[in-house]
Ligand binder design. Sequence first.
Ligand code: TYM
Length: 327
Amino acid sequence: MTRVFSGIKPTGNVHLGNVLGALQHWVEDQHRADSLYCVVDLHALTVPQDPDELRSTTLRLAQILLAMGLDPEVCTLFVQSHVHQHAELAWIMECTASYGELSRMTQFKDKSDKAGFVSGGLFTYPALMAADILLYDTDLVPVGDDQRQHVELARDVAERFNSRYGDTFVVPTATFPAAGARVMDLQDPTSKMSKSEDTAAGTILLLDDPKVIEKKIKRAVTDTDSEVRFDVAAKPGVSNLLSILGAATGRTPEQAAEGYTQYGPLKADTAAAVIERLSPIQARFAELAADPAETHRLLAVGAAKAGELAAATLTRARANLGLLAAT
Ligand code: TYM
């Protein structure tokens, strides 16, 4: 059976880009493949975190994933730091990736330009991400477009390791949705919607009130003519709304454009579709948030399942590398 793995960082708040670009596809994939989904808390440590905040964001993110419809009876849902093999294989991946490859990662360049303190972990982050993926013999990695380069690196590192030390890792492939792979900021449709950017009016949060969602979409930047067509270069704002409407209703952006001649109705329908998509998740989240002990229990089950798979892969990698077995 096809193996799927993906992850999300517990930093900031989950936004519409995460939902349409990745999370809603995880929910679908869990029924088609043997799927593992991970709250990647070690990745959050690349920038300094407040400990209480990190703990609560990690738990809340797991509850959001459950509220979206991930079913721990069907898939494996766990927290990265609960499976220690991630950090261990990450070191091996750091020694397999080259300095040049890591230097070429555009996310590192963007983030290190903006950060006052640039940790070593921010630089080696893609090696940890490669470890996450390779530990589970992953075939497919459903992600948004911004993770393309990182999954490409995981492939290159897997191939290099296999050619140096013999067949050890499955070489993974990234998958991207037909609509929603790159949801843009509503106020600046040339930048991606992001949880770390300070663009409250341009970012729809999963837990935003319906009234707030409506307001943000009504105020979304469009352009001065009034033609509704999907053309990212010429009409980034309108194209972003069409991508959102398409992704929220299971259509391509081009299909979503059909029948609109004005921006007003397009915005009203996009807001309605987003609210319809998010409201049931919000209601379910409120129920789950009231019972944290149950979430902890489910995460422990997930970590035990993931840990077994991870241990087998790490043992294979250690043996092929020539690390002396501990007896
Ligand atoms: P993260 O936490 O930034 O984002 C989680 C998922 O959401 C997607 N995404 C978007 N999709 C469309 N439009 C947007 N504006 C948008 N913003 C975010 C991301 O592409 C991602 O799929 N490095 C990863 C987490 C990670 C991971 C992994 C992913 C760690 N290990 C192994 C896959 C496999 C990250 O920071 O995602």
